[in-house]
Design a protein around this ligand. Structure first.
Ligand code: PCA
Length: 326
């Protein structure tokens, strides 16, 4: 008899727990733009798994890599409109939403990971506020390694850039192409290999990591020039309505896991900066730096971009830059 009562009690407790979970259970879809093996994706996967496991069934986060649920350029809108509850987007591609989001792609403003972190800290409050006004919560931000110039042909002088079909990923790189005489086309990473192999593009500026991820050497790209002029970030954002459905304890868990993912992401990005250049070289690419004449051109272009950005970003931009330079 005792045994039966005990069994019934256990059963009752279990069903209460699961009813409780059923009421509170949330499922979030997390679209990601980059391939399964990319470090941002691996980091997001780990974040999602940890939240799912530790929330005890209250929140399940399901990641969708490589633009499979929404392509990179559709993720911000999907999260904003609540079609997806959470997602990751390359922040500086969102310049048309707010010039502030382009702050980490201004050439030569932050030229090391330490400076990139300083810039992130100086711009974080304003970024959070801007996202909040769009109904979004910022969870974490992780940079890409230093951006460099890829080209099918050797670039020995500013003249060699003229007329190149250039793969752009944000308004700043479109502008850089215009100012250096290249012809820009926006292409998401998921389509980069194809764009190079079909000849739609023949140069780009991105990290050694993206060159590695896309096996760019297989598409006729032989040169990588380290410019390290900026360290752009991905941001992970949540729709505010979805966020507000969570109880306080779950919110706390998500924020704690986000902080872990952010720290880890920065560490992995730093390690990848050197390691991925080696991988480009070991696959036969010529890895080096741009010569003085090309560097001078990029510096000049950087000054123009800084001026243009300042005009767009107004008082908020000015305040952030002066906080950064303090
Ligand atoms: N890779 C992404 C963004 C920056 C980077 O390093 C891309 O090429 O689109």
């Amino acid at each position: 008899m005792k045994k039966i009562i005990k069994a019934l009690l256990i059963l009752a407790t279990f069903s209460l727990v699961s009813i409780n979970n059923l009421i509170a259970a949330e499922k979030w879809d997390m679209p990601l733009a980059y391939a399964a093996g990319n470090f941002h994706t691996i980091n997001a996967d780990e974040f999602a798994k940890n939240v799912t496991k530790k929330s005890g069934g209250k929140l399940t986060i399901v990641t969708h890599a490589n633009g499979s649920l929404y392509k990179g350029d559709a993720i911000f809108r999907a999260v904003r409109t609540g079609q997806a509850q959470i997602g990751e987007r390359f922040m500086s591609a969102l310049g048309n939403e707010d010039a502030l989001y382009e702050i980490d792609s201004i050439p030569f403003l932050a030229t090391s990971f330490d400076e990139a972190m300083k810039l992130y800290q100086a711009s974080k409050a304003a970024t959070v506020k801007s996202l909040d006004a769009k109904g979004l919560v910022l969870l974490y931000a992780v940079p890409w390694p230093a951006q460099g110039l890829y080209s099918k042909k050797e670039i020995k002088s500013p003249n060699d850039l003229k007329g190149l079909k250039f793969r752009a990923y944000n308004p700043a790189t479109v502008r850089i192409a215009e100012l250096t005489g290249m012809t820009p086309t926006k292409v998401e990473v998921a389509e980069v290999s194809q764009a190079f192999s079909t000849g739609t593009v023949e140069s780009m500026i991105t990290s050694p990591t993206t060159g590695k991820d896309t096996k760019i050497w297989e598409n006729g790209v032989k040169y990588f020039y380290d410019i390290a002029a900026w360290y752009p970030k991905n941001i992970v954002i949540v729709n505010k309505d979805a966020w507000n459905k969570l109880d306080a304890e779950t919110k706390k868990l998500v924020l704690a896991e986000a902080a872990i993912a952010e720290k880890k992401g920065w560490d992995v990005a730093k390690a990848g900066d050197a390691a991925d250049k080696k991988i480009l070289a070991s696959n036969g690419m010529k890895v080096g730096v741009v010569n003085d004449s090309v560097k001078a051109l990029f510096q000049k272009v950087g000054t123009t971009l800084t001026q243009e950005w300042s005009a767009k970003a107004g008082d908020t931009g000015k305040a952030v830059i002066s906080a950064y330079k303090k």
